[in-house]
Design a protein around this ligand. Structure first.
Ligand code: 3HC
Ligand code: NAI
Length: 707
């Protein structure tokens, strides 16, 4: 304990330093250590004030999230949590929290229990608990409104986004910014306040007294939360808890907060979101590519193809401050690509995301070209030309001639074989897939595709680069569609089958939207362009087994030129604002085609729609996991939450299967197999885990994803 929390002194000031790397999480042992140090300081009459600070890179990033599982599984009770410690601090000698890095969650709650807060200008303060499916559980919902006012407190607790130290200063959450040496500044501050009465946050009521504003404020907050965090229970609980600060005493407010905190903590949503939190960090860990693997510096790149993806990818690099050569085959395509980039930046300016000056600086980093002449200067190339193996091989053969030997050659292909692309070069170890998602400058996911011979250095470099680009990189194996699209294919197939069997496109999309998907599968198809899948299906038709049912109505729509939003019509009609409108004409056509094909028509429930689509998705996920195309079930979950709009509060498809129960899923898949045929053959891993009563999360193949 002594090393987790250290007590030192500078004349009459006690210094309590928390030292629990990497983020000084408030584990029970740390809390005990702080309590002990505060107790010692209180017994020493020569101590006039206390400075509380964090060693290393941050103040305190919150309670120890790993502890939550111990509470919900009954290993520990920790009913009172941090509340007694915070009261001890608040009732004690004048205390100053000296904040750098993050004061998050329990960290901010700790700081609010001290009497004053000073902060380094770059630090961040927040109550991010809702992102873990819980609410502040150590008085945060009661102390924060007393310091920053109700409106800001409800926003911070319900949305979970941090604020800067400067904003905290303006709001009264921080009392002074310390430029330069934080501990020296904090000590100076502590000396200044050591003789003054110590204000207790819990007694500060002035910012709670605007009763006429309460009703609109809280009903507005609930409305925002329902729209922005659809389906999530914690944000609404956070609003309730902050509202309690206006209705109850501090002690009663804390009791209500505890009740709501525990309700959220024991929910499936919280378990799922905590799984996502750790999953997002886990995906960076690749068993045979250790952390120490040397990485190549990526200070300049080239992008080949200035279309939808190439343009977006160029923006991603420019936004990270990396200069980009953007090449296309001819001048009109290049001009078109640059115009789209400019238009996308314009809309970011309009939405207040970027300033004109920021955009001008980014645009200067994008250098258009029609030749490979300057490719010898770049550290990495991302190819994003049309999807066709012959063209891709031709481009890679040219890159092989034009680029330096240590350059990374990456392809943004969504379906093609990375090894075959690599075979067009003399250096397959330098070839890798970097599969960005559309729109590339918005979507967080980056699938990094490992070929048979891709070098470990390339993998380590791309994983690190993903972080620098603000993306979440997930390493996947080389197979058609990799992880995300390979699974998605099965999901969309079922959606179309359901429409053919009698459900309307609206009913299918609505059921999955209500399940929590950002957009229904058919509306997603309309957005991406139905022709893309249609062309791919035509190319691979010779591989289909004529005895196995294939979806038909999607292709028929394409034959009518209904490609989705780009042609103003697909599964839906679109008005000039690209709003989807149900189209009775299409619904009639679908019925007619289905009946002509002899498909029996029936009523289909929302439950069946969700089960058919989601179980088809995760059945394929199970195959992918068993083959080692994904390293862990969490990798699949992270791909789906960040690339496909799967609801984070359900933890991704594989976690969802664990929540429903692998056995139950297996049983339903078996029912569907009996009713709908071999496309529903249960994945061997699904069967095995069901029979052995195990979970996907508990299964880790952890072999290199090289399939
Ligand atoms: N508890 C346990 N472990 C934590 C943690 C926490 N609160 N916060 C971070 N970690 C771990 C991570 O899992 C990671 O572990 P690993 O190296 O083994 O993978 C390591 O610390 C470093 O974290 P990051 O990779 O995320 O480091 P970054 O520098 O990128 O980010 C951070 C730092 C911004 C602090 C980020 O880690 C973060 O946002 N942490 C979570 C903050 C949070 O949600 N706090 C609230 C907790 S709940 C709470 O406090 C309840 C209270 O009200 C009672
Ligand atoms: P696109 O059709 O919008 O753009 C392709 C661009 O490549 C065009 O500007 C074209 O002129 C250019 N081009 C063609 N041959 C070239 C050559 N020899 N040299 C230089 N430029 C050349 O295509 P899109 O949608 O951007 O797709 C590009 C790649 O990204 C494909 O491999 C696709 O599968 C993949 N992808 C597409 C996604 C999407 O949603 N559109 C999502 C993820 C990956």
């Amino acid at each position: 304990m002594a090393d987790l929390v250290e007590l030192t002194r500078d004349n009459q000031i006690a210094i309590v330093t928390i030292n629990n790397p990497p983020v000084n999480a408030l584990s029970p042992a740390v809390a005990q250590g702080i309590a002990h140090a505060i107790d010692q300081a209180s017994r020493d009459d020569s101590i006039k004030a206390v400075v509380l600070m964090g060693a290393g890179r941050t103040f305190v990033a919150g309670a120890d999230i790993k502890e939550f599982d111990k509470i919900t599984s009954g290993q520990t009770s920790r009913a009172a949590g941090l509340l007694p410690l915070l009261l001890q601090i608040e009732n004690g000698k004048p205390a100053v929290a000296a904040i750098h890095g993050s004061a998050f969650g329990g960290g901010l709650e700790l700081a609010m229990a001290t009497h004053y807060r000073v902060a380094a200008p770059a630090s961040q303060l927040g109550q991010p608990e809702v992102k873990l499916g819980i609410i502040p559980g150590a008085g945060g919902t009661q102390r924060l409104p007393r310091l920053v006012g109700l409106a800001k407190a409800v926003e911070m607790c319900a949305e979970g986004n941090p604020i800067s130290a400067r904003e905290a200063l303006t709001l009264g959450l921080v009392d002074r910014l310390i430029e330069g040496n934080l501990s020296a500044g904090a000590l100076q501050f502590a000396r200044e306040i050591s003789e003054r009465p110590a204000p207790k946050t819990r007694e500060r009521e002035e910012k709670l007294r605007q009763p006429e504003q309460h009703e609109p404020l809280f009903s507005g907050a609930r409305e925002r939360v329902r729209a922005k965090q659809r389906g999530m229970i914690a944000p609404l609980a956070a609003v309730d808890a902050v509202e309690a600060a206006t209705q109850l005493s501090f002690e009663e407010g804390c009791q209500l907060e505890q009740k709501l905190f525990r309700k959220c903590l024991f929910s499936d949503q919280s378990k799922a979101l905590i799984h996502i939190f750790f999953g997002e960090r886990e995906v960076a860990k690749i068993p045979d590519v250790p952390k120490e693997t040397p990485v190549l510096p990526i200070n300049s790149v080239a992008v080949v193809g200035a279309g939808t993806m190439g343009g977006g990818i160029a923006m991603v690099f420019a936004n990270a401050g990396i200069p980009v050569l953007l090449k296309d085959a001819d001048q009109p395509a290049l001009v078109r690509g640059l115009a789209t980039i400019e238009k996308n930046y314009q809309s970011s300016i309009k939405r207040g995301r970027f300033t004109r000056q920021y955009v001008d600086e980014r645009l200067k980093l994008i250098q258009p070209t029609l030749s490979y002449d300057d490719f010898g200067k770049v550290d990495m190339v991302v190819e994003a030309v049309f999807e066709g193996i012959a063209l891709k091989k031709d481009v890679f053969a040219q890159l092989d001639r034009a680029c330096r030997k240590d350059a990374i050659l990456a392809s943004n292909t969504s379906t093609l074989n990375i090894d075959e692309i690599a075979s067009a070069t003399s250096r397959p170890e330098s070839v890798i897939g970097t599969h960005f998602f559309s729109p590339a400058n918005v979507m967080r996911l980056l699938e990094i595709v490992r070929g048979q011979r891709t070098g470990k250095q390339m993998i380590a470099t791309c994983m690190q680069l993903a972080k620098k680009l603000g993306k979440i990189g997930v390493l996947v194996g080389n197979c058609r569609g990799f992880v995300g699209n390979r699974m998605f294919h099965h999901y969309v197939r079922e959606a179309v089958f359901l429409v053919e069997e009698g459900a309307s496109p609206q009913a299918v999309d609505q059921a999955l939207y209500d399940f929590g998907m950002a957009l229904g599968p058919l509306a997603t198809g309309d957005l991406a362009g139905l022709d893309v899948g249609w062309r791919i299906r035509k190319e691979y038709r010779h591989l289909e087994n004529p005895a196995v049912r294939q979806p038909i109505v999607g292709d028929r729509l394409c034959e009518l030129g209904r490609y989705g939003q780009k042609t103003g019509a697909g599964w839906y009609r679109y008005d000039e604002n690209r709003r989807a409108i149900a189209d009775p004409e299409v619904n009639d056509l679908i019925r007619k085609w289905a009946i002509e094909a002899g498909i029996p028509q029936r009523e289909i429930s929302a439950t069946e729609i969700v089960e058919r689509c989601i179980y088809a998705l995760l059945n394929e996920g199970a195959r992918i996991l068993e083959e080692g195309v994904a390293l862990r079930s969490a990798d699949i979950d992270i791909i789906y939450v960040n690339g496909y709009g799967f609801p984070s509060y359900r933890g991704g498809p594989m976690w969802y299967a664990d929540t429903v129960g692998v056995k139950n899923v297996y049983q339903r898949v078996g029912d569907f197999r009996a009713r709908h045929g071999e496309l529903w053959e249960p994945a061997p891993l699904l069967r095995r885990l069901a029979e052995e009563n195990r979970t996907f999360a508990g299964f880790s193949r952890l072999q290199p994803a090289t399939v």
